[in-house]
Design a protein around this ligand. Structure first.
Ligand SMILES: [Zn+2]
Length: 169
């Protein structure tokens, strides 16, 4: 059923109401920007309504991220919860012998026909679960004073800014 990271969902797409749940376990080795201390593990379930393929991804991992305040490397437990819906075009073969339904996905790389690129959806889920400004601990206030200093902007733009101010005067 699995072929080079792809999960064939054709059975699900052709049989609305049929749900499959598969275990997920990947260390996302091809993702160089991610530093995971344990594999992403959990499960993915898929079911089609006939017109819509519904995917639910629930997994967990631990990533090493940089604290947005003090810059220290810190381990962060991540809970990945994803609910995605994809349009299904055509009539499922369960409804008519010579028909065929296929997932319509505009996002390149996610589907190949009715096969889902499992690693890709897990990769997206992990990135979405990482906070924009991770903090090493609740008490970390390091560097917060620095961020209160008034920004002087890009040095290259200061001259331009002065010229504009003078021009307006
Ligand atoms: Zn910190």
């Amino acid at each position: 059923m699995r072929r080079s990271g792809f999960l064939d969902l054709n059975e699900v797409v052709q049989h609305p109401g049929r749900r499959i749940t598969v275990p997920v376990s990947t260390s996302l080795e091809s993702e160089e920007d991610l530093d995971l201390t344990r594999a992403v593990t959990g499960e993915l379930s898929a079911v089609s309504t006939g017109n819509v393929l519904v995917l639910k991804l629930e997994c967990a991992t631990t990533a090493v991220v940089e604290c947005s305040r003090c810059g220290a490397s810190t381990e962060l437990d991540l809970e990945i919860r994803m609910h995605e819906e994809f349009t299904v075009e055509g009539i499922p073969s369960a409804y008519a012998a010579d028909s065929y339904a296929q997932v319509e996905c505009e996002e390149p790389g996610l589907f190949q026909g009715n096969a889902l690129h499992l690693e890709e959806i897990v990769r997206q889920g992990v990135w979405l679960s990482i906070p924009v400004q991770p903090v090493c601990g609740e008490g970390c206030t390091e560097g917060s004073a620095a961020s209160e200093e008034p920004s002087s902007g890009h040095p290259g733009l200061q001259g331009l800014q002065r010229m504009m101010e003078e021009g307006m005067a």
